[in-house]
Design a protein around this ligand. Structure first.
Ligand code: MTE
Ligand code: MO
Length: 396
């Protein structure tokens, strides 16, 4: 178990410093992506836009995911942002719309209280490749294995403090975020964006802020690929709600009209326009778990993996269980990391090895007694797959 997070090695930090947008005015190019892909130890799923995930054994080495192993999910190019020119606008249903400069929102110069929080970020499309295979269907979108997830220490200012300073009007219900990356769609271009319910933005608890506007990740300035100089982080919500390169916060009585809230990231059976309009957006992460390292060792099966609680206040992982008989009997795994809301746990298990090859499945159970389903109904975009994760362990 690793309780203290891995510090990024000095050598890779020097390389990273030149890649981070924090202070360095390096234009981002496809060469930049290639460099990130090398420094990060990731498997590239698509070059343009750049999407990459770590190998699963690398992923579960540390409870706090080091930069090198943290997945990247982008829908478009990394915008070239100069800190001196950067502005974040807050507008819409507020008494005092305003524009912040970077120094006004980032340590050490900001006058707002700063905080650091640990939260797991996961793409709603994580495990999509397996979802597609389990239904013997093709699903458009990035063919993620189980690595589009990472747990980091995020530092920044509370979104609720920015909203309170602006004075939210009584009719407000949603907070929209807009990024600086233009996303092409059938000949038109729109920035990536979305929204979260105002109630969630204001729901700071003793364990986690509702949302933060974040300038640092694992104690280092946010790297360009992760949204420098500022991004939203919404603990408990799917990655798509944590908008990178955030440039506008719009308070509204309606959910965002941005495509990534209004049309994408919905659980659809057919994907017709009527169904899209009638279906609510996905916000919360789903209860999930993955066997990252299955290893046959003599007459034992040694397993390691992660489990993620549902992204709702008060939900934590209670148990992680394994079955080698298709769910007739379950053996508990050992949880070897802190157990908290909005963050994954790491676990290990040591089972007797039967006849090889042997199929093992995992499921997580939370403190409310909810557990993962064996299978998940089909949805056309392959989001939120959280069926029991199965691996077949070869004869070792
Ligand atoms: N501006 C912007 N924000 C974005 C995205 C994007 O393409 N553009 N992708 C989203 C999605 S779908 C995910 S899963 C997370 C991934 O964050 P990461 O690349 O830092 O891991 O960022 C989210 N925020
Ligand atoms: Mo995502």
């Amino acid at each position: 178990m690793t309780t203290e997070y891995n510090q990024i090695s000095r050598r890779s930090w020097i390389k990273l410093a030149t890649l981070a947008a924090g202070g360095m005015a390096l234009p981002w190019s496809s060469a930049g992506f290639a460099q990130v892909a090398t420094i990060k130890k990731l498997i590239t799923r698509s070059d343009s836009p750049f999407n990459a995930e770590p190998a699963l054994d690398e992923l579960v080495r540390d409870w706090i995911t080091p930069f090198e192993s943290f997945f990247v999910r982008s829908h478009g190019p990394v915008p070239d942002v100069r800190n001196a020119d950067y502005r974040l606008k807050i507008e819409g249903l507020v008494e005092q719309p305003r524009e912040y400069r970077l120094e006004e929102l980032a340590a050490p110069t900001t006058k707002l209280p700063t905080l650091t929080t640990i939260a797991t970020l996961t793409c709603s499309g994580n495990r999509r490749a397996e979802f597609a295979a389990s239904h013997q269907q093709k699903i458009p979108g990035v063919g993620w294995d189980g690595g589009a997830i990472g747990n980091a220490e995020w530092s920044g200012v509370r979104l609720s403090d920015i909203l309170k300073a602006a004075g939210v009007k009584p009719e407000a219900k949603h907070v929209w975020f807009e990024g600086l990356d233009p996303i092409d769609n059938k000949g038109t271009s729109q920035p990536f964006g979305g929204s979260i319910p105002l109630a969630h933005a204001m729901a700071d608890s003793t364990t986690a802020p509702g949302a933060i506007i974040c300038s640092r990740m694992n104690g280092q300035p946010l790297a360009a690929v992760h949204g420098a100089p500022l991004r939203a982080i919404v603990p408990g919500f799917i990655g798509a709600r944590s908008v990178k390169w955030i440039s506008r916060i719009i308070v509204s009585d309606q959910p965002s009209t941005n495509r990534f809230l209004a049309r994408e990231y919905k659980l659809l059976r057919e994907g017709t326009d009527d169904e899209i309009t009638a279906t609510p957006p996905v916000y919360e992460m789903a209860l999930n778990s993955v066997i990252a390292v299955p290893q046959a060792d003599g007459n034992r099966l040694k397993l390691r993996g992660f489990a993620l609680p549902q992204g709702q206040l008060g939900r934590v992982i209670e148990r992680v269980e394994l079955t080698t008989d298709a769910g007739k009997t379950w053996t508990p795994a050992k949880i070897v990391s802190p157990v908290r809301e909005f963050t994954w746990v790491l676990w290990t298990a040591d089972l007797p090895k039967g006849m090889s090859p042997q199929t093992v499945a995992v499921r997580a159970v939370d403190n409310r007694g909810d557990s993962q389903p064996m299978t998940v109904p089909w949805n056309v975009k392959g989001y939120q797959y959280n069926g029991w994760h199965k691996v077949t362990v070869p004869n070792g």
